[in-house]
Write a protein that binds this ligand. Structure first.
Ligand code: FEO
Length: 619
């Protein structure tokens, strides 16, 4: 029985999922399965983009036959010859003997290699086009993303990029087809990273070349050969590809991979991680004998600093650690700082051998100190491990005395207080996803154009409202007025909508035409908007949106940031006793939350109002 999905009026997904495959390409575990995507365009001519793996060829052939509905198949565009996309080719030719194969010269050679067939193909090269009626298809060569014959196809009529392996993801589709139908960042981004880094991570330069070509195209949708179709928020995945292909880390922190036979090397790695955490540095840890190498490769691409702790084994690196290091070198890891811990009961060699291998990589800074353990870490070595931690910490928290930066890592020439001179307003940003209503406080709503009426908002990604807007593409901005009580700020600013119904205690239920709630009593206006673009700026998402409705609710003046501080926010109470006065810590200027300790970690986010270190001041 067929199982197809409509993408546009004349484009249909005819691929299939495989959840029985344990190891993809004989190397990569795929616990969530994998999808093999194929697309059928029903124009005046019918066009099939690639076939599928042999494991799902029966379902694929049923899908194609059903979607064609008796029409003949005119073209088969073969973008990639790897058998997970070409295995059903021979069977397809038997069923549709008149189909014209469209491919490049390298693909034609590979067809002969894989199938022993001489195919009279339509050979295309860079910038060649194929008109199929309403659609014009443009061919773009993408060698080594992931094999040398790979090409992608751009449909300039519907502005769709058929991207071959590019922008693919491990994981079966589970009923969805579009990335915006799932919580991609939470549930699939790790698999997208693992797919990219392991499959094409080595070929960053070639991926950048393809990204450069793609940047000249007006792309509204991306159809990859694995994983979800992208029709919204394309920048979510493109921005990741820019980082991954240039080998730039996504997050500051230390990925620690260790190989330990009897737990002593693991113990040193644990102590190392604990000391880093005490400095406020994020850490992740992997036992290389347990975690598949593909997951650790992906993590190495994500984090800024890497640490390897390995026992010595057969006078070399422990076997699973050696495989990991070889794999990292093969995947071209670059631009990282590396710390090494070695263990050896009589002749420790693993540290030096790891160093030798990683030194071949581009722009890898390996710390000079190697912590060398004889059987187990000893108390006398704690200063040594602390010294390595301090060296790493210096990259994260730079002090004014030696680097010209303040405690937040911002250069001393920049006074964060300057940001408070900007005349921000304060707003409740609300969204609706199904039955869930939610909202948060923002200070970043700005009209950017008058024709069309267009708004921008920047939303902290820690806010649940951010996720809801990314998913639904709609929101309301209630402009708070000077009669707003502090309770409204605590209600929407100091708790999370993930675990709280922020509207549970209110006695109003007003909604605009888009069905989203607003704050009638405290705001002087509500503006409804529909997202046209979103941009990932690390901690925040910048949304650009067209205004769809606006209602003036009162003539009360709007609240400014300054007015909030001067007239609404309760004044801090003096400490009750003298010992509290001496307490070291930082207070959030927005909500008054107190962080006990010094220094304030560079990436600290206020647990109440989600503001960053720039909004904290010493007690
Ligand atoms: Fe999904 Fe390179 O094949």
């Amino acid at each position: 029985m067929h199982c197809i999905k409509k993408i546009t009026g004349d484009l249909i997904w005819v691929g299939a999922n495989d959840r029985r495959l344990a190891i993809f390409e004989g190397v990569y575990s795929v616990p969530g399965g994998v999808s093999y995507n194929s697309y059928l365009l029903l124009d005046e001519k019918t066009v099939l983009f690639d076939t599928v793996d042999k494991a799902v060829s029966r379902r694929f052939l049923e899908n194609v036959a059903f979607a064609l509905d008796g029409r003949k198949l005119d073209y088969l565009i073969m973008q990639h010859m790897e058998p997970d996309h070409s295995a059903a080719f021979e069977e397809l030719l038997i069923r549709y003997p008149d189909v014209k194969v469209v491919c490049n010269a390298k693909t034609q050679i590979m067809i002969k290699q894989f199938f022993d067939l001489d195919v009279d193909a339509l050979i295309v090269k860079e910038n060649d086009t194929l008109n199929t009626g309403k659609h014009t298809l443009h061919f773009v060569m993408a060698p080594m993303v992931h094999w040398p014959e790979v090409m992608v196809t751009y449909d300039s009529t519907d502005k769709i990029l058929f991207s071959a392996d590019g922008f693919g993801t491990f994981g079966a589709l589970n009923g969805a087809l579009f990335a915006d139908e799932v919580d991609f960042n939470a549930d699939y981004m790790n698999e997208a990273r693992r797919y990219y880094t392991n499959i094409v991570g080595k070929y960053g330069v070639q991926v950048q070349t393809l990204l450069g070509k793609a940047s000249t195209l007006d792309i509204k949708m991306i159809c990859p050969l694995h994983g979800f179709v992208w029709r919204n928020n394309l920048t979510d995945i493109i921005s990741k590809y820019i980082l991954w292909s240039t080998y730039q880390p996504e997050e500051n922190g230390v990925m620690i991979a260790y190989a330990s036979v009897y737990g002593n090397t693991e113990n040193a790695a644990e102590i190392f991680a604990s000391l880093l955490r005490e400095k406020g540095i994020k850490t992740v840890m992997y036992d290389v004998s347990v975690t598949p190498a593909s997951e650790i490769i992906a993590a190495a691409f994500k984090w800024s600093h890497l640490a390897f702790a390995s026992t010595t084994y057969n006078a070399g690196i422990f076997v699973s650690m050696e495989e990991l290091i070889n794999d990292l070198v093969a995947h071209n890891i670059q631009n990282r700082t590396v710390a090494i811990i070695e263990n050896g009961s009589w002749a420790a060699t693993s540290g030096g051998l790891i160093r030798d291998k990683l030194e071949k990589c581009k722009n890898i800074k390996i710390l000079e100190q190697t912590l060398s353990i004889k059987s187990s870490l000893k108390t006398v070595q704690i200063p040594e491990i602390e010294s390595i931690v301090d060296t790493i910490a210096a990259d994260f928290i730079q002090l004014p005395s030696d680097t010209g930066t303040n405690h937040t890592g911002i250069p001393a020439s920049i006074d964060p207080a300057a940001m408070f001179k900007l005349s921000y307003g304060l707003f409740v940003l609300t969204a609706k996803d199904g039955d869930k209503d939610n909202g948060c406080i923002i200070n970043t709503a700005i009209q950017i154009t008058a024709a069309p009426l267009r708004l921008s908002i920047a939303v902290n990604k820690a806010n649940f409202t951010n996720d809801m807007i990314l998913k639904t593409g709609e929101f309301n901005v209630s402009i708070l007025a000077t009669n707003t009580p502090f309770d409204v700020f605590t209600q929407f600013g100091f708790q999370s909508g993930r675990d709280t119904d922020k509207f549970a205690c209110v006695d109003y239920n007003e909604r605009t035409s888009n069905g989203i709630r607003y704050i009638p009593g405290s705001s002087n206006c509500v503006i409804s908007a529909k997202v046209t673009d979103s941009y990932d700026y690390g901690t925040h998402t910048l949304f650009i949106a067209d205004i769809t409705e606006s209602i003036v609710l009162s003539n009360e003046p709007s609240v400014t940031y300054q007015y909030y501080f001067d007239n609404i926010k309760p004044k801090p109470q003096k400490p009750a006793d003298s010992s509290a006065e001496k307490k070291k810590g930082y207070v959030c200027k927005i909500c008054g939350y107190v962080y006990d300790g010094d220094p304030l970690p560079q990436d600290f986010i206020c647990p109440l109002c989600k503001h960053g270190t720039i909004d904290f001041e010493p007690l």
